[in-house]
Design a binder for this molecule. Sequence first.
Ligand SMILES: Cc1ncc(COP(=O)(O)O)c(C=O)c1O
Length: 359
Amino acid sequence: MLDRREIEAVRRVLESGRLRAGRITEDFENRFAAAVGARYAIAVSSGTAALYLACRAVLQPGDEAIVPDFTFVATAAMVAAVGARPAFADVDPETFTLGPEQAERRITSKTRALIPVHLYGQPTDIPGLARLARRRGLRIIWDAAQAHGAQFHGRDVGSFADAVCYSFYPSKNMTTGEGGMITTSDARLAREIRLLRSHGEASRYRHIRLGHNFRTTDIASAIGRVQLAKLPAALGARRRNAARLMRGLEGLPGLQLPQIAPGRNHAFSLFTVCIDRKRTGISRDKLLQALGERGIGAAVHYPLPLHRQPVFRGYGSDQDFPISARLAKSVLSLPVHPGLNADDLLYIVQSVREILKAG
Ligand SMILES: Cc1ncc(COP(=O)(O)O)c(C=O)c1O
């Protein structure tokens, strides 16, 4: 949530006249790196840019990278954008994230990297995937666009090797309007990503890579610093809201609540349930519509698995990804953001219960 603090921070940047990425961005990067426990943080213009730059730094054209079939399109699109091939893998039926078994099945002689997604804010099986990567000589780019503040056994997801990509889009746990961040503790990777972020420029007007302009601004970073300071409170509110929804909705036949795997501290960017139509007697889409009629902004993340996206035609069929195909038809995200109060949450719980009962 934004308040006077962000407005004041932006006002100061505007009054200074120094809008481009400078001192404030550097400070935002340092604070972000410290917050997650990584050595480096590199601020960029979006989460998609973060993924693109990490892919450019790790993959060569013709390589393959393993991506969960059930995620936002950018995870796979950025692999393709650097000339590599995303190899889709099905996801775990409990956590909806890519697990080591699913990933291992998709490894070929061309595989160079895994790109697991901490979907909805739930960490994947980080140690399992890291072991697999070590054993098979692969790099890992973690998509943490939805997972600011998520932890595995008390360790922040942003501290794991090789690189971690964040989004600061307004719907995320913290925002800069548009923006993103890459964290890593690998000095070479950090240098490469910094080069690619800004025209491959090693020194003034000397370009040693074909780079881009994926820089952020001090305006965005000023917002980011305030948002980062607010993140622990925002996460606390999200987790409390999620616990209230869990308590209120537990025991409803045919409604699968978020399953938090052992050792994981979920960031609850989204609170996503799964509707078994046969048992509830009502489809996901009908429930979505009925909640909308009561003024509840539920949403579907995501209605199509990647292999069914028109841009990825030919990457497989529903038989290859049965869990992902089922989730796309049955998931529904209920509001969980920090702006909700106890009455709002009660209203959501009662509405879901009433709609399912009427079936
Ligand atoms: C899982 C995932 N990956 C990548 C992105 C891309 O981030 P951005 O919208 O900042 O480009 C998002 C954000 O929507 C996301 O949810």
